[in-house]
Design a protein around this ligand. Structure first.
Ligand SMILES: CCCSCc1cc(N)cc2c(=O)[nH]c(N)nc12
Length: 373
């Protein structure tokens, strides 16, 4: 067990990287998919189930936890790991993205953001310093800088303004974070869909010598092609010896194509949210269990899966649960989806080690195209 935060590159295949992030609470095998545990829970899952599927790290959300139950209360109770019964590493987002997507934003200026809670309407101020303080109270292992993420499409002028503000906030977060052995603060590259701004943001953050780098400002409504083009521009500017995290991404197809461009870490609500809405991810593609065609189908989602939710329940039963609004429907499909995502990541890691990632990627995409699944 290490007292430090270290990233080690184990293998590469083209731009795809196989690595390991070691920190006191555990090792994260990369490329990694990080289940989103917004309010201290990966919705509809027990934490030991999440770990048993192969997840090495989960996400927490500063915005949600500061509003309820509050970071100070979680700190008094021993930190987020004890509170949520997750002993492994936790990455927390800084809160800015959620403020701008969920809250009634009242003011955004050099100091930070002022907003009203989407829960009770109370007013809050979030500065770079307060975001790092909250993430420290949560005892987060990987803390994200406060940033401003603009939706796409936006004007180049607004994208530049938000990118430059985020760089100034990165400096303040770095100062507030200080030196915490075993923990890390990641910078977030912004710059929208403007290549020159992306390069400037990445180069400026690289000069800050941070322990890891996220690519933000994507998966905000742009076509996949634009997202991938921005990765082609951004990743070469980031230090090869530090982990790279693409925020909010994505579908299995997004993940394969982003690993191919040098991304190491992913998070997305897709598998959990889709599971709660009746959508199953499988090796053969997506299955919408709301569809009446499943009403008499005795087959499981995937008879070869190691996950009981995929292997032991008929589509007819899953359809019944989803149509009936039974909680077990969302539980089983979330379990299936997270199992599929972790099996995909395990396959990706093995393929990079075996120097056959491109073939694995093509094979995987090919099986999704199968007919009636
Ligand atoms: C728990 C959610 C983590 S990822 C949220 C997220 C998602 C996406 N797509 C972009 C950003 C971004 O640019 N900045 C920040 N802080 N977060 C982002």
């Amino acid at each position: 067990m290490t007292e430090n935060f270290e990233f080690k590159l184990i293998a590469s295949d083209g731009k795809a990287r196989r690595g390991e992030i070691t920190m006191p609470r555990g090792t994260v095998r990369t490329p990694a998919f990080m289940p989103v545990g917004t309010a201290g829970t990966v919705k509809a899952m027990y934490m030991d189930q999440v770990a048993d599927l192969g997840a090495d790290i989960i996400l927490g959300n500063t915005y949600h936890l500061m509003l309820r139950p509050s970071a100070e209360r979680i700190a008094k109770l021993g930190g987020l790991h004890d509170f949520a019964r997750w002993p492994g590493p936790i990455l927390t987002d800084s809160g800015g993205f959620q403020v701008m997507s969920l809250a009634q934003l009242r003011k955004l200026d050099e100091k930070g953001v002022t907003f009203r809670s989407h829960i009770d309407g109370r007013a809050y101020e979030m500065s770079p310093e307060r975001s790092i303080e909250i993430q420290g109270l949560l005892d987060s292992d990987i803390q994200m800088q406060l940033d401003e993420c603009v939706a796409l499409p936006s004007t180049p002028k607004d994208i530049q303004r938000a990118m430059e503000l985020s760089l100034r906030w990165a400096e303040r977060c770095k100062t507030a974070f200080g030196n915490q052995p075993g923990k890390a603060m990641f910078g977030i590259v912004q710059g929208g869909d403007v290549p020159d701004l992306r390069i400037r943001s990445a180069q400026a953050l690289k000069a800050m010598d941070l322990k890891g780098y996220a690519v933000g400002g994507l998966a905000v409504g742009e076509p996949q092609e634009v997202m991938l083009d921005m990765l082609d521009v951004t990743c070469p500017e980031l230090p090869a010896e530090k982990p790279r995290y693409l925020m909010g991404v994505g579908t299995p197809d997004d993940i394969l194509k982003s690993v191919a461009r040098g991304i190491d870490m992913f998070d997305c609500v897709m598998p959990t949210r889709a599971g709660r809405h009746g959508l199953a991810f499988t090796r053969r593609g997506k299955v919408n269990l709301r569809n009446a065609r499943h009403a008499d189908d005795p087959r499981p989602l995937d008879e070869e899966s190691s996950c009981p939710a995929a292997r032991d329940y008929s589509r007819a039963y899953l359809h019944h649960l989803v149509k009936s609004g039974e909680a077990l429907g969302g539980m089983l499909l979330t379990w299936n989806n997270l199992a599929y995502y972790q099996q995909l990541m395990q396959g990706i890691r093995g393929a990079i080690e075996a120097k056959r990632f491109e073939a694995f990627s093509e094979e995987t995409q090919g099986t999704w195209a199968q007919g009636d699944i």
